[in-house]
Design a protein around this ligand. Structure first.
Ligand code: NAP
Length: 259
């Protein structure tokens, strides 16, 4: 199926690896011109080259920290009028809320709530004036089903979700939509890293811990970044203008609920 976005321009934040990379690859496969970003320049340039080779798309790599005003300014300078914005950044650390300072909370809220809101603010009016815009926020299944040790993630991402729920309904008449993708466990570096601590504690290998987690999921596996990218491409497509303010849980069925 043709997603109808060939020639559109996209900013895909935090996309040298993992879920952001999955989104970048899928959009490039649809003929979208990309600005991709990450802090680490080497991995970012390697990903840009991989996407160019695989899809033939034009890819500009901007090494920057998207959670800073300077980083966002660099992204917007490289793509001042994006048709598509995919918001993403690293997630807050796990822990006990009794140990978190106000600074810890401010960082989580800055990175996972205010950073996407700032980028939406900088791009949405242009999208409205051009009568096309697609914004996708990568959040987490923890918005729907909170994860106890990820309290800052639960809180900051729920804040973004609430804001977007209101704004998305105000702008959809201009063919500008905002939707959220809520990943459960996907095969990415982050999931491997979070398994390291559990493996040490249990005296097991990381692969043993990951295998047991895969088996605990109703699908018997983790998701792939390619599956994630296809869902993102749908939300960014010309066909999705009647779908806004939605939260798509992608977790292999781990969330146990009728709705
Ligand atoms: P990942 O594999 O670790 O990849 C993260 C990507 O984001 C890398 O390219 C990283 O590059 C970049 N990045 C991180 N912080 C950045 C920043 N401040 N500015 C610019 N780029 C940044 O992570 P992932 O698994 O794809 O996770 C992406 C998001 O989804 C996170 O917020 C995570 O909490 C959330 N999530 C993931 C899962 C999952 O199963 N994977 C589940 C639920 C939620 P640099 O480090 O070089 O900057």
């Amino acid at each position: 199926m043709d997603m109808g976005i060939k020639g559109r321009k996209a900013i895909v934040c935090a996309s040298s690896k993992g879920l952001g990379k999955g989104c970048a690859l899928a959009l490039a496969g649809e003929g979208v011109e990309l600005v991709i970003s990450a802090r680490g320049a080497e991995a970012l340039e390697a990903t840009a080259e991989e996407i160019r080779k695989e899809t033939g798309a034009k890819v500009t790599a901007i090494a920057c920290d998207v959670t800073t005003p300077e980083g966002r300014a660099k992204l917007l300078a490289a793509c001042p009028n994006p048709d598509i914005l995919v918001n993403n950044a690293g997630g807050p650390p796990p822990g006990d809320f009794r140990d978190w300072s106000l600074d810890d909370w401010n960082k989580a809220i800055n990175d996972n709530m205010l950073t996407p809101i700032e980028l939406i603010k900088a791009t949405v009016d242009g999208m409205i004036s051009r009568k096309f815009g697609r914004i996708v926020n990568i959040t987490s299944a923890s918005v729907k089903s909170p994860i106890p040790i990820l309290g800052m993630s639960n809180g900051a991402r729920a804040g973004l979700t609430g804001f977007v729920a209101g704004l998305s309904r105000q702008i959809v008449k201009h063919n500008v939509t905002i939707n959220n993708l809520l990943p459960g466990p996907f095969e990415t570096d982050r999931v491997r890293k979070t398994a390291e601590g559990a493996a040490k504690q249990a005296g097991k290998s990381i692969d043993e811990v990951l295998d047991s987690r895969r088996q605990q999921n109703p699908a018997g596996r983790f998701g792939t970044i390619e599956e994630f990218g296809v869902a993102c491409a749908y939300f960014c497509s010309s066909h999705s203008g009647f779908v806004t303010g939605q939260n798509l849980v992608m977790d292999g069925g781990a969330y146990n609920g009728t709705l």
